[in-house]
Design a protein around this ligand. Structure first.
Ligand code: COA
Length: 188
């Protein structure tokens, strides 16, 4: 398993949150995280009622091509070892565009962990020249829409084929304190 990217942050329950890259040996930890997801969260993450993570999906989720994709895990340690709280991932689909997905186990939602994870995904994405995140979202996924609003979503939303297609301006996410991203002048 890879090392933490930095000193741990803390979630709103006061407990530490470490963030590191997901690697090839993380299948069992991803399966354990999957078992911590409600059917609603599973549907919202995969846009399908996935019952379990089969070998093919585990392989795809743990074996990234580092030239175009990465996945970061938020985790904690207990006496029984490490456990995952959530995962954020990005997959480049164009020179400045990447698909982005994020999930936090239900027991740890609303504690700021999704924000911590996304902040790190954004930092890395910017470093590799990504300007836009693309996400496909169930229109009933109100937590995600509220989450997007909270982290400074700016971009485009289209409703097509029963789904919301989000194109998120990566530069606008997590505006600096005092900066009103709504009034920011669009870049040329
Ligand atoms: C979307 C998701 C990742 C958010 O993660 P999280 O760790 O709960 O998010 P945070 O705690 O950082 O929330 C930050 C802010 O977003 C907003 N927010 C997040 N979840 C919300 C909810 N259920 N209802 C209302 N607002 C919400 C709030 O403003 C929140 O701040 P607050 O708690 O101080 O009010 C999580 O709900 C999730 O995993 N959902 C299932 C999978 C999914 O939908 N993924 C997205 C599609 S790929």
């Amino acid at each position: 398993m890879s090392d933490p990217l930095s000193a741990p942050d803390r979630s709103k329950d006061g407990l530490p949150v470490h963030i590191r890259e997901v690697g090839p040996s993380d299948g069992p930890l991803l399966e354990a995280l999957f078992r911590c997801l409600s059917p609603r969260s599973i549907y919202n993450r995969f846009l399908a009622p996935v019952r379990h993570l089969d070998d093919g999906r585990i392989h795809a989720l743990t074996h990234m091509d580092p030239t175009i994709e990465f996945a970061l895990a938020a985790y904690r340690r207990s006496e029984r070892g490490e456990y995952l709280l959530g995962v954020g991932r990005m997959h480049r689909v164009g020179p400045e565009e990447a698909e982005m997905a994020i999930v936090v186990g239900d027991a740890w939602q609303r504690l700021g962990i999704g924000s911590l994870l996304l902040r790190e995904v954004v930092r890395r994405a910017r470093d590799t020249g990504i300007r836009w995140f693309l996400s496909t979202v169930d229109p009933n996924n109100l937590p995600l829409l509220r989450f997007a609003e909270a982290v400074g979503f700016k971009g485009a939303l289209h409703y097509r084929d029963g789904l919301l297609w989000m194109r998120t301006d990566v530069e606008a996410l997590f505006p600096a304190p005092g900066e009103d991203w709504r009034s920011r002048t669009p870049r040329a």
